[in-house]
Design a protein around this ligand. Structure first.
Ligand code: ADE
Length: 255
């Protein structure tokens, strides 16, 4: 997958690309990240990328010309990667989620446009990049950190980027559930011991314990997710519950 990140602060993004899984994914050729400096597409000798808002008010607004030119350059240079799915990082975008990460991981070519200052000239949203993504209901100083969040979440879902043992199959949110608790050595740390079942070697029992923990912790910590999860018969049993019987209520008017 190719990912272009359009920003006026490319240096902010460089280091995270040089570590851990993002580094490995790039080195294996599965991920090709290009940092595009929007300032290079400015049209004046001061390399201006922002200006005062029409109508007055505090802060600066990112000018449309350098953004249009940089996106147009990416479109022209797409090559084998094909047309890019272009997304503006903005607190006004659609909420980013694991589901959205899975969807973006199917793309061959993504372009993440990082907004800054008070925002981006509205004509960018209207005529160039209708898709926006937000990583949460808070305002950051720019779209660079959100772009990294999206890149990281998407890159680890590209087939082959994670080894089998790191598989994203059991990730939290995969089926609207949080992941079960994890432990490693030592089995006794300061008197706090690892649950016995995990040391037992009974794989099926371990799987059942983990599933139960996953259900319980989702119910406790994220009741909103739990409500979305469709409980199987086995999960109901794990929780010591029965599926509520359909009540033989009053016949419906047209029944
Ligand atoms: N830019 C500033 N805040 C943001 C957020 N919460 N999500 C995406 N982009 C942003």
């Amino acid at each position: 997958m190719r990912v272009d990140i359009l920003t006026i602060f490319p240096e902010m993004l460089r280091s995270p690309l040089e570590h851990s899984i993002l580094k490995r994914a790039r080195e294996s050729g599965r991920l090709d990240v290009r940092l595009v400096d929007i300032r290079e597409f400015s049209t004046d000798r001061h390399r201006t990328v922002d200006d005062m808002p029409y109508g007055g008010g505090a802060g600066m607004v990112m000018k449309p010309e350098p953004i249009f030119r940089s996106v147009e350059q990416i479109i022209a240079d797409a090559g084998d990667a094909g047309p890019a799915r272009i997304v503006l990082m903005t607190p006004q975008g659609e909420p980013f989620s694991q589901e959205r990460a899975r969807e973006l991981a199917q793309e061959d070519h993504l372009a993440l446009l990082c907004g800054r200052y008070e925002g981006v000239d509205e004509r960018v949203r209207e005529h160039l990049v209708p898709d926006g993504l937000s990583i949460g209901d808070y305002v950051l100083t720019g779209g660079e950190l959100p772009a990294l969040v999206v890149l990281d979440a998407v890159a680890r879902l590209i087939p082959g980027v994670l080894g089998d043992e790191e598989s994203p199959r059991h990730d939290s949110f995969t089926d609207d559930l949080l992941e079960h608790p994890q432990y490693t050595r030592p089995a006794d740390f300061r008197g706090w011991t690892v649950p016995e079942i995990l040391l037992s070697g009974h794989h099926e029992e371990v799987a059942r314990w983990r599933r139960r923990q996953s259900l319980l912790r989702t119910l406790q910590r994220r009741p909103d997710l739990f409500r979305r999860h469709h409980l199987t018969e086995e999960e109901l049993t794990l929780l010591g519950l029965e599926r509520p019987r359909r009540r033989k209520g009053r016949p419906r008017d047209n029944a």
